[in-house]
Design a protein. Structure first.
Length: 132
């Protein structure tokens, strides 16, 4: 894509609270799939903020190991990472405030694959910058 006259690349991913929540949201939205609601035994969430924080970190860390993103980096330089926050427990702006420092430290330990990282939510307007 071209942003401000420069060619760059964008990686878009989503962070779900858990696999069952992800399956429930995606099957509900898909017109040809039978909706799979979250099972009753998975509806009780203990320490959702801590669980989701670890999920976000794991998702971003995994991006640094993907060969396809390494190719994009070698060809176009650092890119932009958009991470969808799929949790009913926190808004994207508070998640960004709570997670920003941890993610910035983690990213410094890797090559500069992304020069910008943003959190967004499909249920809220706007985005929250983590690195920009």
């Amino acid at each position: 894509v071209k942003i401000d006259g420069q060619i760059t690349w964008i990686e878009i991913t989503d962070a779900y609270l858990n696999n069952e929540f992800a399956e429930s949201i995606t099957t509900f939205a898909h017109p040809k799939k039978l909706h799979k609601p979250v099972p009753h035994n998975k509806r009780i969430i203990v320490e959702p903020d801590e669980q989701f924080s670890q999920i976000i970190v794991n998702i971003i860390q995994k991006k640094f190991t993907l060969p396809t993103l390494q190719v994009c980096y070698e060809k176009y330089g650092s890119g932009v990472l958009l991470v969808g926050m799929m949790t009913p427990f926190r808004d994207v702006y508070n998640l960004a405030i709570n997670e920003r420092e941890k993610i910035q430290k983690m990213v410094k330990n890797h090559m500069p694959l992304f020069n910008e990282i943003y959190f967004y939510s499909p249920w809220e307007q706007g985005y929250a910058p983590i690195i920009n």
